[in-house]
Design a protein around this ligand. Structure first.
Ligand code: AMP
Length: 435
């Protein structure tokens, strides 16, 4: 136990973490360009927020939340998704009183007690955006275009956008009743959960992954056939904007999302290369959520994307990311006196903005050189007694093997000179994404 992490979690180690940093950087640039600003909410919230904000009849709330009592006997849950907390923060901080829409994004870990497999974890990371305060169908199109823009900046191919409309509280009850009638005739083949859902929330049967339920759903009525005219107009407008923006999409009339509060636009982004867990992102409109959480009648739309799945898709498509720069210089000490001086020197280099390191394992000169080679450092500064006595060190270019003595007073300048020369001609990891 002491040396094993909990199931469904991961350690993101150096070598891997650079991909995350790259992805996060692309996301932050994207958000800036689309006018979204970052929000950071707590990792845990009152359980009630998710019960209300995600929906009590959802898998997330029924089966997947990490819920516990804190020492003050309050029911607390680790956040399973981001929207409910953003809406809570929007209300608590009265962001609705300022100019609308409020466009926010978040990046961070989410927690769901689900059966782990490739692309599905108990702690995973999401990037999400929420735009609150506008009914404009252009915003629905913008959010979808933004999601697709992200995947294309990352170099992903064969990414599909599936769109549907879920109607609104005016027209959905009609559809719900038609679905109920349809599934009542087939309730013998439905799984236990779906038989339960039949009365409470029959839309969710369309979302069930059980084979029997999928079979039973063949030929089910679609929500598009029951839309009221304002919902139909909204849906048409959204699709029209997507066309204007040149964003390809497929209308999938059976797409329902796992969360209860969606209305009108619902969408999902699917990648071919991530296996069973092919959904790399999804979102939709949630015009009733703010009010359901005790706030004013404010509409909203958003989407969230799972970062592990995006990285998995990138890996399977052979997309590598630009490697970040490592150390500029490694200090090698030839003897004890030089070792001491190298501690001061390495700090001087760092204070002038260079990335520098030295040995802390008492290695021999030869072993220090070998270690510098393993680190992949391009430049080594060798501090020997003779050179230090002359107020100098030797700079060795690890690629060419060329060595030069430089005065200590010019060390920073000389290292910088060599680093810029090398950085300008450095090859970038081939076939990387063009962001
Ligand atoms: P959802 O909040 O369920 O709409 O999920 C949004 C996105 O988060 C999905 O499209 C996935 O990319 C990702 N996601 C959801 N659940 C998991 C999970 N258990 N493990 C990894 N990624 C997940």
């Amino acid at each position: 136990m002491l040396t094993t992490r909990p199931r469904g979690t991961s350690d993101i180690l150096p070598g891997e973490v650079e991909k995350w940093q790259y992805l996060e950087q692309v996301i932050r640039n994207l958000c800036r360009e689309y006018g979204y600003r970052e929000i950071r909410t707590p990792i845990f919230e009152h359980t009630e927020l998710f019960e209300r904000g995600v929906g009590e009849a959802t898998d997330i709330v029924e089966k997947e939340m990490y819920t516990f009592k804190d020492r003050g006997n309050r029911s607390i849950s680790l956040r399973p998704e981001g929207t409910a907390a953003v809406v809570r923060a929007y209300l608590e901080n009265r962001l609705y009183a300022g100019p609308q829409p409020v466009k926010l994004y978040y990046l961070g870990p989410m927690f769901r007690y689900d059966r782990p497999q490739a692309g599905r974890y108990r702690q995973f990371h999401q990037f999400g955006v929420e735009a609150l305060g506008s009914h404009d169908p252009a915003l629905d199109a913008e959010v979808m275009a933004m999601a697709m823009d992200l995947y294309s900046r990352l170099g992903l191919r064969e990414i599909e956008l599936h769109v549907n409309s879920l109607g609104c509280p005016q027209c959905r009850p009609v559809f719900r009743e038609r679905l109920r009638e349809f599934f009542r005739e087939r309730d013998g083949v439905l799984c236990r959960h779906c038989r339960d859902r039949l009365e409470r929330n029959p839309l969710r049967i369309l979302d069930c992954k059980e084979e029997g339920c999928r079979g039973a759903a063949q030929g089910a009525p679609t929500v598009l056939g029951s839309l009221c005219s304002p919902c139909e107009d909204h849906f048409r407008a959204v699709l029209g904007y997507l066309e204007q923006l040149g964003v390809p999409y497929t209308v999938n009339p059976y797409l329902v999302r796992g969360l209860d509060y969606y209305n009108r636009t619902a969408f999902e982004v699917v990648a071919r290369d991530v296996g069973a867990q092919s959904s790399i992102g999804g979102g939709g409109r949630y015009d009733g959520l703010v009010e359901a959480c005790g706030g004013p009648d404010v509409p909203g739309i958003g989407f969230a994307s799972g970062l592990e799945r995006v990285l998995l898709a990138m890996e399977r498509q052979g997309i590598s990311v630009p490697s970040p720069p490592g150390l500029d210089v490694f200090l090698v000490a030839a003897d004890e006196a030089a070792r001491e001086q190298s501690l001061v020197l390495v700090q001087q280099l760092r204070k002038s903005g260079l990335a520098a390191d030295r040995d802390y394992m008492g290695r021999s000169l030869k072993a220090q050189m070998k270690f510098a080679g393993k680190l992949g450092v391009g430049l080594v500064a060798i501090c020997g007694a003779g050179e230090l006595a002359r107020g100098a060190v030797i700079l060795r270019d690890m690629r060419t093997g060329i060595q030069e003595e430089v005065p200590l007073s010019k060390l920073v300048e000389e290292v910088k000179l060599r680093c810029t020369g090398r950085k300008e001609s450095a090859p970038v990891n081939g076939n990387h994404a063009g962001a």
